[in-house]
Write a protein that binds this ligand. Structure first.
Ligand code: PMP
Length: 353
C-alpha cells in the first residue's frame, strides 16, 4: 500500500478471482466458464469489428439492448448492457444501496460484500437453511436493498419463480436485485416479473451460458426508471463501458438461439452425469441448477482434495467460507473432462485407503 492510498479504503478486502495458472495445462473446472467456444456467429463478426477499433463503441449499446430486449420480450429502455455482470452489480449497489444498507445470504457470491465495502454500504447476511437454500420468509422484515443469486452462487440451489415473486412482493419499497448468472441451466428467469414490479432488477451475464466470459458482457433488466438510474451511474463512470468487439459478438450470441440451446443442454446433461458419478463415490451435494456442483465427502477435506486434484492437472475451486470449506466447487465441463475428473477423484480416494 502506498502512502497515498485513500484511508477510506484501508480495510478493503478485494475479491479473489479463481486462479488462472499458466504453469501447465489444466482441466479448468474452477471459475464456472463454459467449456464450449463462443457461437460461430459471434466469432464471425469479430474481425470486421476489430478493423473499426479506432472508433469508440456505441455508448447507447443500441443493437445489444435491442437483441436482449427482443429475446426477453421487453422494450430496449428496460435493458442496460455492462462490462460483465460484475459491473451491473456495482452500478446497482451504488444506485440502490449507497447511503442505505444491503442484505444478502451468508453463503453466496463473494463479490457482494466487496462491493458493499467499496461503496461504504453496511450489510447484513441472512443464513441459508440447512439444505443451503434461501428462505424467503427470513427477508420479510428487512428494509435494506436485497441481493440474491438465483441459482445461488457456490451452492447451486434454486428458488422457483413463485418464491422470487414472494420476495419481491414482501416489501414494494425496497429494491430486490436478483443475480441470474446461472439461470440458463434449468431455471426460470424472473425478467417477466419486471413488467409488474418496479422494485425488481434482474442481472444476467454472457459469461456462462453464452460462452463469452472473456468478452466481459453482462446486463440488467428492470422497469425503465430503474434502468434510467443505472444509466445515470454509468454515464458518471464510464459511458463506453462495453467495448466494440464484445458488443458485436454479444449481439450475435444472443440471436443464436440454436447454439445457446445446444450448449446449455449439454451442460445440463453433463451435470446429471457428474452428480450421479459423484454420488457413487460417496459425495453429497445440494441439488444444483447451475453449471457447477458443490461436492462434499467425509473421506477427505475439501482443501486437500482440491490440492490433490490440482497436482493431477484438474483445477476445481476450494472456498474458505466456513460453511462450505469442507467442499469443493466443480464447474461442469465437457463430458470427457468430467470423466477424467471422476477418474482422478477415484484414484485419490483409493490412495487414502
Ligand atoms: N454473479 C455471480 C453469482 C457469479 O458467480 C459471477 C461470476 N463469477 C458473476 C456474477 C460475474 O460474472 P461476470 O462479471 O463474468 O458477468
Amino acid at each position: 500500500m502506498s502512502r497515498f492510498f485513500s484511508e477510506k479504503l484501508f480495510s478493503l478486502e478485494p475479491y479473489t478471482p479463481g486462479e488462472q495458472p499458466r504453469d501447465m495445462v489444466y482441466i479448468k473446472l474452477n471459475t464456472n466458464e463454459s467449456p464450449y467456444s463462443p457461437s460461430p456467429k459471434a466469432l464471425a463478426v469479430i474481425e470486421g469489428e476489430a478493423s473499426k477499433l479506432n472508433l469508440y463503441s456505441d455508448p447507447t449499446a443500441r443493437f445489444l439492448h435491442e437483441a436482449i430486449a427482443d429475446h426477453y420480450g421487453v422494450t430496449a429502455d428496460r435493458v442496460i448492457a455492462t462490462n460483465g455482470s460484475d459491473e451491473a452489480l456495482a452500478f446497482a449497489f451504488d444506485a440502490f444501496a449507497s447511503g442505505k444498507s444491503l442484505a444478502f445470504p451468508d453463503v453466496t457470491y463473494g463479490f457482494y460484500p466487496v462491493f458493499a465495502n467499496l461503496f461504504g454500504i453496511p450489510y447484513t447476511t441472512v443464513p441459508l437453511d440447512d439444505t443451503f437454500t434461501i428462505r424467503v420468509e427470513d427477508y420479510a422484515n428487512i428494509d435494506s436493498t436485497v441481493v440474491i443469486a438465483n441459482p445461488n452462487a457456490q451452492t447451486g440451489t434454486y428458488l422457483p419463480l413463485s418464491k422470487i415473486e414472494e420476495l419481491v412482493a414482501q416489501n414494494r419499497d425496497r429494491v430486490v436485485i436478483v443475480d441470474e448468472a446461472y439461470i440458463d441451466f434449468g431455471g426460470e428467469t424472473a425478467i417477466p416479473l419486471t413488467d409488474r414490479y418496479d422494485n425488481l432488477l434482474v442481472v444476467q451475464t454472457f459469461s456462462k451460458s453464452r460462452n463469452l466470459a472473456g468478452a466481459r458482457i453482462g446486463f440488467a433488466v428492470g422497469c425503465a426508471d430503474l434502468i434510467a438510474d443505472l444509466n445515470r451511474v454509468k454515464y458518471s463512470f464510464n459511458p463506453y463501458n462495453v467495448n466494440r468487439i464484445s458488443m458485436a459478438a454479444a449481439v450475435e450470441a444472443m440471436k443464436d438461439e440454436a447454439y445457446f440451446a445446444e450448449c446449455t443442454k449439454k451442460v445440463v446433461e453433463t451435470r446429471g452425469y457428474t452428480a450421479a458419478a459423484l454420488a457413487k463415490l460417496g459425495f453429497t451435494y445440494p441439488a444444483s441448477m447451475a453449471n457447477f456442483i458443490l461436492a462434499h465427502t467425509d473421506k477427505i477435506d475439501g482443501k486437500e482434495l482440491y490440492q490433490k486434484l490440482k497436482s493431477k492437472g484438474v483445477l476445481v475451486r476450494h472456498l474458505s467460507d466456513a460453511r462450505i470449506a469442507d467442499s469443493i466447487r466443480i464447474t461442469i465441463g465437457t463430458r470427457e473432462q468430467m470423466e477424467t475428473l471422476i477418474r482422478k477423484i477415484q484414484e485419490i480416494l483409493e490412495d487414502l485407503t
